[in-house]
Design a protein around this ligand. Sequence first.
Ligand code: HEM
Length: 521
Amino acid sequence: MDTPRSMSFVEASSQQAPSFVVVSVPVTIGLAIFAVLSVRFVVQRLRRAYGSSLRHVPGPWHAKFTDVALRYHDVVGDRFYWLTDLHKRYGPYVRTGPEEIAISDPAAVKKVHGLGTAFRKQLQPGTAFNIFSVSDPRLHRGRQRFYVNAFSNEKIKASHLPAVRTLCQHFIDGVREDASNNPTRAADMYKWCMLFGYDVASEVVFGDASTNGLMAQRKGIEEVMMGCYLQFQNAWMLFSFPTFLVARWLAHVVPWLGNTFATEKRYKHYKDLWEQTERQRSIASKTTFVQGAQFDDKEGKYQLEGGLKMSAYDITRDITTFLGAGGEPIGATLVYLLYIVLQNTKLRQELEAETKALQEPFTDADVEGKCPLLDGTIYESLRLFGGGLSILPRYAPTPQELGPYVVPPGTCVASHNHQLHRNPEAWNDPEAFNPRRWMVPGQSKALQTDVFQPFSSGARGCIAIHLVMTELRLFTATFFRELPDITLSDTVTPQSMKVDDRFHFAPVSKHMEVILPERRS
Ligand code: HEM
C-alpha cells in the first residue's frame, strides 16, 4: 500500500512558494493601499481639524473632525434645540463641523447677510436651480429684478388684498365646517394654516386661488408643497449617503419610504408640469408675473417693460419656490402664533376685543398700526417662532474676518435667526412671549435690523415681506374676530408642538387641534 510520502522542508516550501506568492501579492498590495489611504485620511482630518484657522472657534471636540453630529441633528430635525444649547455653552461662534460654523453675533450676521456682502448663498445638494437657490449674485439679481415689482407693497395692496381677505374667509368657513362635522368640534389648525399659506402664495403667482385654490376645493394638506420633506431627504443624503441610496431603491417596493427618500414622487404632478417644454410656456403665461409682458419667440423669453427678460423655463422653476417657500413659513408662523395665544386666555380675549372693534368690510389699512396688541403679537411670533427658514447657510469665496476669527474660503457659515432673536443683550427676558415689548414708544419695528430679521436681510432677504405682513395682519384679525372662545384640544401638548426644524419650522406632530365652542343660534 502506498503511504503518503512525507515532504522535506525544501520540497514543501518550493511547492508552496508559487501559490503563496500568487495569493499574497494582491493582498499585500491591498493592505498597502489601505494603509496609505488610512494614513492620508487621518492626516487630512488632522490638517482640517488643527491646520485651519477654524481651530480657534470653540465647539464640541468632535466637530473638528466630523460633521456627523450636525448631520444627525438635521435628520432628527432638532438642530434648533442642539444649537441653542451649543450657543449657550460656547458663545456666539460655534464650530459645528470641520468646515462649518454657526453664528449668532449680530455684527457677524450683518457682515454675512448685509448688502454688499462677500458671502454667497450655499447651494444645498438636490436643490433645483431657481431664485431661491442660485448662488451667483449676477444671475440672482436678474431674476430678482424680474419679480420685484410683483411683490412690491403697491402691487400687493392694489392687486391681491381682496383675494387675501376672501382666503381668510375660506379659512374660517373650512374650520367651522370641520368642527361641525366632528362630534368633539375639533379642527386641525396645522392643516388649515398650511392650506391658507399655500393659497395666498398661489394667488400671487396665478391670481385665481380665491376661486380655485386648495381651500375652495376642500383639498387636503398633502397637496401643499412642502420644503420640509425635501430637506429631510437632503439631511439623510448628507448624514449617510449609502443609507439614502438603499432606502431610495427600497422605496420602489415600500411606498411609504418614498415620502422621505424619493420626495419627487410626492410632487410628481408638479414635476411633470415643470418638465414639459410646451407646458412650461403655458404655465408661465398664466402667472401674474408676465401680465403685460411680450413673448419673444426667437429668444423664447418674456420681456417686461424696461427690458427685463426671463424664459418660460426659468419662470416655471421659480414658481416652485414661490409656492414652496411661500406657503409653509406662513402656515408655520400662524400655527405657533395661535398655539401661544390660545394658551393665554387673557391675551386671547384682549385680541378678540381689539379686533371686534374693526368695522366690516375692513382692509389692511384699518388694521395696520391701529391694532397695537395684534401687531405686537405678530412681531413677537416672528421673533420667537417665525416659521421662515431657520438655517441660512452662506460660504465665503475668499478668507473673511468674522468677529475675532478668520474664516477660510469654502467654510459654511450658518446663521440662525432664532438664536439672534433670543440674544439676551438685545432682548429683555428673551424667551418670554411678550407682545407689549413692541408697544413701548421708541421700539423699532423695522423688519431688517441687526438684532431682528425674521426675513433675513440684504440682497437675499425674503422677496415677499409686504405680502407676508399683510396676510399675517388680515388673517390674525379675521381669526380672533370670527372665531372667539376657541380653546386648544387636549391633544396639543408641549411634546406635540416641539419644533421640527427642517427648512421651515413645524410642530413635530404635524397637527394642532382646537375646539370650537357650540355655535350660538
Ligand atoms: C412668515 C413668512 C415668511 C418668512 C418668515 C420668510 C422668511 C424668509 C427668509 C428668512 C428668507 C431668506 C432665506 C435665505 O437666506 O436662505 C426668505 C427668502 C425667500 N422667501 Fe420668504 N418668508 C416668508 C414667506 C414668503 C412668501 C409668502 C413667499 C412668496 C410667496 C416667500 C418667498 C421667498 C423667496 C422667493 C425667497 C428667496 C429670495 C432670494 O433669494 O432672492 N417667502 N424668506
